[in-house]
Design a protein around this ligand. Structure first.
Ligand SMILES: Nc1ncnc2c1ncn2[C@@H]1O[C@H](COP(=O)(O)OP(=O)(O)OP(=O)(O)O)[C@@H](O)[C@H]1O
Length: 363
């Protein structure tokens, strides 16, 4: 339980079933490591809320400190990628490495135990082999809140031991239940993004505590010098880049890490539209995936999401050498950045995800 409304309702719903419940709150950020954020993660407040809900529901709760594991397995690797100019997604690795990794290992000590969370996601079961039912990760009923993107690299072995009690509900329904059950967290506001970063606008300020400035040039696609930047990690491909003295609005098309140059282009420029991505570091949820059609000349027809806040788009997937897969979009896509996680779907069924290492754009 996180102290938020979703996991509070998840816990309340489980009290109606025949489970022997206990709650676990995880601290994953050591506020002593922060030297600039004003509010920090406020984990004490979250922990208090968890305890208040647990008292009401009459279930025991405990806190575990996984801040060291979070630092080494999630934050440091992401920091390295930001420093290289990539766009990592620490929330995806947090679910794999921490919530359904270290936390699950710590919390589940005997067979017949499950870890329930307030994620908006659903599990369906493939019972083709009745002796070996297999969990399939499905979109939640609330497409606006769906969190399967973030769960896309949690392996089957861990999903076997997971429960998502609110996955069939919408957020308004969850809030209504929280009010009906008089949960103390009913009116808590949404937690946004990565807790230690705080408000979105402070992201660069936060990262600058860890990554030194590395000034370089901003150029257009012809190499014309347009100005200076203070570090490639401060920009994301696809974002608008304000260039003093230019009337045309420019967008980040590419980061040239070798030359430490930020390449920008106007909104309709072909360099902003990508036709395919190359993806490595795959985590297929089922370890006997991907389906064999990735090796056929016609490839695997699927859909792909290359960041959380986008709809999935049709694509075809081909296996290339060295564990790399090429994902070809049906229509050119904008805002495609190396480091981002590409999540692959068969309809509503999430098959897995990997990290974008390269892109092919129209120019
Ligand atoms: N610090 C934590 N300790 C234990 N479980 C956590 C913690 N943070 C998140 N979780 C679990 O992961 C789920 C999804 O986390 P996320 O950060 O996306 O929260 P959320 O969507 O804001 O949900 P909530 O309203 O429960 O905070 C939570 O519902 C909770 O079950």
């Amino acid at each position: 339980m996180s102290g938020g409304v979703d996991s509070s309702v998840a816990a309340r719903l489980l009290t109606e079933k025949d489970y022997d419940l206990s709650a676990v709150f995880m601290r994953n950020w050591d506020t002593r490591d922060e030297s600039g954020t004003e509010t920090g993660c406020e984990w004490e407040k979250d922990w208090e809320d968890v305890q208040r809900v647990c008292t009401l529901l009459d279930i025991p709760c405990k806190m575990v400190d996984l801040s060291r594991q979070y630092w080494t397995r999630v934050f440091e690797p992401a920091l390295d990628e930001w420093a290289e100019g990539l766009t990592p997604n620490p929330d995806v690795s947090c679910n794999r490495e921490i919530k359904f990794g270290a936390l699950m290992d710590r919390a589940l000590t005997t067979p017949n135990q499950w870890l329930a969370t307030g994620h908006y996601a659903q599990l369906r079961w493939d019972t083709l082999d009745p002796t070996h039912a297999r969990p399939m990760l499905y979109r939640s009923a609330d497409r606006h809140k769906d969190q399967t993107y973030y769960l896309s690299s949690v392996p089957e072995s861990q999903l076997h031991k997971a429960l998502f009690p609110i996955g069939h509900l919408t957020k308004p329904e969850v809030r209504e239940l929280a009010t009906r059950y008089s949960l103390p967290t009913a009116s808590r506001s949404e937690s946004m993004g990565i807790c230690f970063v705080g408000e979105k606008g402070h992201f660069n300020q936060f990262l600058s505590q860890y990554i030194p400035p590395k000034p370089g040039r901003i150029v257009d696609t012809n190499g014309k010098d347009l100005g200076a930047h203070r570090g490639l990690w401060m920009y994301t491909i696809g974002q608008g880049a304000r260039i003093p003295g230019l009337t045309t609005k420019m967008f980040v098309a590419r980061k040239d890490a070798a030359a430490n140059e930020l390449v920008v282009a106007p909104s309709d420029h072909p360099s902003l539209f990508c036709t395919s991505v190359f993806v490595s570091s795959w985590h297929w949820i089922w370890d006997d995936h991907p389906p064999s059609s990735v090796d056929s000349p016609t490839g695997l027809r699927a859909s792909v999401q290359i960041r959380h806040r986008m709809s999935e788009v049709p694509c075809t997937i081909f296996r290339r050498k060295g564990g790399v897969f090429e994902i070809r979009f049906e229509q050119p896509e904008q805002g495609v950045a190396p480091g981002q996680i590409a999540v692959v779907w068969d309809g509503e069924w999430c098959l897995g995800s990997g990290k974008i290492v390269d892109t092919t754009c129209l120019e």
